[in-house]
Design a binder for this molecule. Structure first.
Ligand SMILES: [Zn+2]
Length: 316
């Protein structure tokens, strides 16, 4: 029997990446095209079509199980993508229906990108061993996905898992979403840059400034991770503090959902065990007693491939 394969599309604000993925979770081929996000939905759709069509030429007659797409924004059950950040003029776009018109004979599924990454870790990565877990993706912003009984929990309108917008302080800093004190407002790019800038005033020894060529507005959490790996003390302190704050929100989810395992992906997760330890300590100290001894915070395993793998996993 031939192994089943599928097409997985990772739609980002900068690039559209498409892969041919085996049912064992191996990316057999992949390409990358610019998203042209500033040109609006028709231009973005064209780029997806180009990327998928090109990938399909590499399949050599093998039958694909379908096309899965991981997209930013909230995705409803009909594959309508709503308000993805950083794509211009995109309010609501029926992406699944539009792609179905182009790829008529293919099965098409669209899912939120963080949910797709959670599915990837569940099927092929750090979540394989666990039936239930909370996935957190920590990069410029903070997203998440909830895996229950080995399936993604989407909620009635597909918006479940938005841990980045759990508020941990009703008087906290303003978030992009309009709320105050969201986890993302503390550990996302915007706030971390400001906070690091403040701290750098009294910490001239830090190497963080060099990493962003002196422009702190470009400070992504990823750069803190890089500095921390080079043993920069300030970067480590910032990440431990941020990890502790993230742990507050994770603990709330664990208590509500009766979950024990959290898997952390995104640019920061590679910083090292000390960040995961900080998150785990924070979660453990806040969950209810019966959960405490089983709490585990683990690093995601699939890195940048999670988007393509999870998208393909939607149809495999
Ligand atoms: Zn928010």
């Amino acid at each position: 029997m031939k192994p089943r394969i599928a097409i997985g599309v990772d739609l980002g604000a900068t690039t559209v990446k498409t892969g041919v993925v085996s049912s064992a979770g191996k990316i057999l081929y992949q390409n990358k095209f610019p998203t042209n996000a500033q040109s609006g939905p028709p231009a973005v759709l064209k780029q997806i079509e180009t990327s998928v069509s090109e990938a399909l030429t590499h399949i050599d007659g093998k039958k694909a199980a379908g096309i899965g797409i991981g997209s930013p924004g909230v995705v409803d059950d009909d594959g309508v993508v709503k308000s993805p950040p950083n794509i211009a003029h995109w309010d609501e776009v029926p992406l699944a229906r539009q792609l179905q018109k182009i790829f008529r004979r293919m099965r098409i599924r669209v899912e939120n990108d963080a949910n797709a990454a959670a599915i990837a870790e569940s099927r092929f990565g750090a979540g394989k061993k666990f039936d239930n877990f909370l996935f957190v993706i920590w990069g410029t912003g903070v997203g998440g996905g909830i895996i229950l009984n080995n399936r993604i929990y989407r909620g009635p309108s597909g918006g479940a898992g938005e841990i980045g917008h759990c508020s941990i302080d009703y008087n906290g800093p303003e978030c992009n979403c309009g709320n105050r004190g969201c986890v993302e407002a503390y550990i996302g790019q915007r706030y971390l840059s400001r906070r690091t800038a403040e701290k750098l005033k009294s910490r001239p020894d830090s190497k963080i400034l060099e990493l962003v060529n002196g422009d702190l507005s470009k400070l992504e959490p990823m750069y803190l991770a890089e500095a921390a790996q080079k043993r920069d003390q300030l970067a480590r302190e910032m990440l431990v503090e941020a990890g502790t704050l993230l742990g507050v929100a994770i603990a709330a989810v664990m208590n509500v959902m009766d979950l024990r395992v959290s898997i952390i992906g995104g640019g920061v997760s590679a910083a090292g065990g000390f960040v995961l330890d900080a998150i785990e300590q924070s979660v453990k100290s806040r969950v209810l007693k019966p959960l405490q001894s089983d709490i585990r915070v683990l690093q995601a395993q699939l890195g940048n491939d999670a988007g393509i793998l999870g998208a393909a996993g939607l149809v495999l």
